[in-house]
Design a protein around this ligand. Structure first.
Ligand SMILES: C[S@@+](CC[C@H](N)C(=O)[O-])C[C@H]1O[C@@H](n2cnc3c(N)ncnc32)[C@H](O)[C@@H]1O
Length: 211
């Protein structure tokens, strides 16, 4: 299980740590909590602050490997909920019964069968990230391309009042993407979890209540 918040703010867990020390701490914590990646704490912070998922929900997780968000979401929705995941890479951890994963590229996928299973879902999560090149403008543009596809999937799959969480690398295209999301959802917040690396350009858009 993920570490419990004591003071109501996950930030307390990381207080007094900096740089690699802090990243190492989260990696160790993820191991201790039986998650394959420390990215789980980003979703935990999002869930604690915005209450995106609830019991019995169906959640679609785009860019789900190595599987931390799948495990966390599975617990949030409970045995009567479902989590569907897709990633280019294989997910090679044991998964709970309410989780289904396929391997595929969301940008080139032509078979709609998988997305049809997610039709009417309550939540679309996208933690997708491109392979980075070291060139911030190129990486941000590739992230934007993934985000546009994630938003397209959210439009197709989410039921009315459904929620969308999407990671984006901040760059020239960020404002344009935020505008597109705002048009389609009742509320839209920008959030950088404490558990993101401080130097990272990644940020999350939390959009609630699809129109
Ligand atoms: C930061 S990782 C996700 C971590 C995941 N949320 C977890 O907690 O285990 C980003 C993932 O996005 C996936 N990805 C990138 N481009 C993709 C695409 N076009 N289609 C599907 N997955 C993609 C990568 O393969 C990578 O596994």
């Amino acid at each position: 299980m993920a570490a419990k918040k004591k003071s109501g703010k996950p930030a307390g867990r990381f207080a007094g740590r900096a740089g690699h020390q802090w990243a190492d701490h989260l990696t160790q914590q993820a191991k201790a909590d039986n998650y394959p990646a420390r990215s789980v704490y980003k979703l935990e912070e999002i869930q604690q602050k915005f209450t995106i998922m609830k019991k019995k929900d169906t959640v679609l997780d785009l860019g789900c490997a190595p599987g931390s968000w799948l495990l966390y979401a599975s617990r949030q929705v409970g045995p009567e909920g479902r989590v569907l995941g897709i990633d280019i890479k294989a997910v090679d951890i044991g998964l709970p019964a309410n989780v289904t994963v396929i391997q595929g590229d969301i940008l080139t996928m032509t078979d709609d069968t998988f997305l049809q299973q997610a039709s009417g879902c309550r939540v679309v999560l996208s933690d997708m990230a491109p392979a980075t090149t070291g060139r911030k403008d190129v990486d941000a543009f590739r992230s934007f391309e993934l985000c546009k596809m994630a938003l397209d999937v959210a439009e197709r799959c989410l039921g009315v009042n459904g929620h969308f969480v999407c990671k984006i690398f901040q760059g020239n295209e960020f404002a344009q993407f935020e505008k597109q999301v705002k048009k389609r959802f009742g509320s839209c917040r920008i959030f950088k979890p404490e558990s993101c690396r401080k130097q990272s350009k990644e940020i999350y858009i939390i959009a609630k209540n699809k129109r």
